[in-house]
Design a protein around this ligand. Structure first.
Ligand code: HEC
Ligand code: HEC
Length: 322
């Protein structure tokens, strides 16, 4: 008995020691750095078509995090809707300022960051999402827009704020949260006329609806999104600007708890104007005011085609537990 107790004591001691060692390691190491990625991209040609598409995509995919709504410039700010468990994280200045923005970054460095989440200095930009499945053409369009003459991206001398990650965020980046690898082959988007395939691309690659609309950010699968827990069934607990919980909704084709009973016209209204049969849609659901008809049609066709999940979300009467 004594001996058994001593062994248990020894084991507990070892676990505590290992835990303490890990804590010291994580605190000292902080957010890890990696070798900066070198994707095989030449300088990106800024055609008018790319700049126009890039403006729309940047607003939809980067705007909520990087756009300063007062100055209407992409100069960055505190992410107020990030869970306080992660500490304080600030998006960066991505205007053309050479010292404080991305004026000194090459196209290759920008594409490398967008694909993997790793910056030109090797530092992992952890809360910045990686756009692993976005098409090469969409990525090029975003870069073309960031380099354009638009007033939103002209040099702004606001310095990017340094990060104040919590111990939890540091621990996660030293264990499970990792950069995504560079794509091994060219990434092409299906033609808009192939509605279901194009709709999938919009959901997983271009707008990444699945990230918010599956069960939890922590169980999302960035390279094989369909393997994310509760794919598109809603229930992810997000925060609004006041720090209150807003639960994402089930957007599979289930007629009772999803959007199986919606018409395509209702769906288009919800995405472009934020109005639904259940009332207005609140932040952080983005307003996709510039989606074109082919995108609405494809998104709707694809969402009706994915496996239907039964998952009651607040608009169906579920109460958001604290
Ligand atoms: C969920 C919020 C979020 C979204 C969406 C987002 N970013 Fe970021 N981004 C961040 C944060 C936070 C950082 C700073 C991270 C750090 O310093 O660790 C960042 C950093 C960057 C940087 C690095 C700048 C520097 O000086 O280090 C670039 C470039 C960038 N983002 C571009 C974009 C583009 C382009 C998009 C859209 C395609 C985008 N981001 C979407 C949050 C976001
Ligand atoms: C940043 C997170 C986020 C992203 C990205 C996002 N959504 Fe949402 N969405 C939400 C939240 C949160 C709600 C619920 C808002 C509320 O409660 O007012 C919502 C609501 C909806 C609804 C209303 C469903 C209902 O039953 O009332 C639809 C439809 C929808 N989103 C579709 C989409 C599509 C399609 C995309 C991609 C093009 C998308 N969302 C991207 C967070 C997001």
């Amino acid at each position: 008995m004594r001996k058994a107790l001593r062994i248990v004591g020894l084991l507990v001691g070892l676990v505590v020691l290992a835990g303490a060692g890990f804590a010291v390691f994580v605190s000292a190491r902080g957010i890890p750095s990696y070798t900066s990625p070198k994707p095989a991209v030449a300088a990106i040609e800024a055609t008018p078509t790319r700049i126009e598409l890039g403006e729309k995509l940047t607003l939809a995919a980067c705007g909520d995090c990087h756009l300063n709504r007062e100055t209407n410039k992409y100069s960055g700010h505190l992410l107020q809707d990030l869970t306080p468990d992660f500490g304080k994280v600030y998006s960066a200045n991505i205007t053309q300022d050479r010292a404080h923005g991305i004026g000194a970054w090459t196209d290759q460095e920008l594409v490398g960051l967008l694909r993997t989440g790793i910056g030109r200095d090797g530092r992992y930009r952890v809360i910045m999402p990686s756009f692993a499945l976005m098409s090469d053409e969409d990525v090029a369009s975003i870069v073309a827009f960031l380099r354009s003459g638009s007033p939103q991206v002209q040099a702004d001398a606001t310095p990017s704020h340094s990060q104040e990650p919590s111990f939890l965020l540091k621990a996660l980046t030293n264990t499970v949260m990792k950069p995504t690898p560079l794509p091994a082959a060219p990434v092409l988007a299906p033609a808009p006329t192939e509605a279901v395939a194009y709709g999938r691309y919009l959901v997983v690659g271009r707008y990444k609806c699945y990230e918010c609309h599956s069960k939890d950010f922590k169980s999302n699968n960035p390279l094989e999104p369909e393997k994310s827990d509760g794919y598109l069934g809603g229930g992810n607990r997000l925060l609004n600007m006041q720090g209150q919980t807003v639960v994402s909704r089930n957007i599979t084709g289930d007629a009772d708890t999803g959007i199986g009973d919606w018409s395509e016209a209702q769906f288009g209204q919800a995405l472009r104007f934020g109005t639904t049969p259940h009332g207005p849609l609140n932040y952080p659901m983005p307003k996709y005011s510039r989606l074109d008809d082919a995108e609405i049609h494809a998104l709707f066709a694809y969402l009706q085609s994915v496996p239907k999940l039964k998952n009651v979300t607040p608009e169906d009467g579920a109460v958001a537990a604290k």
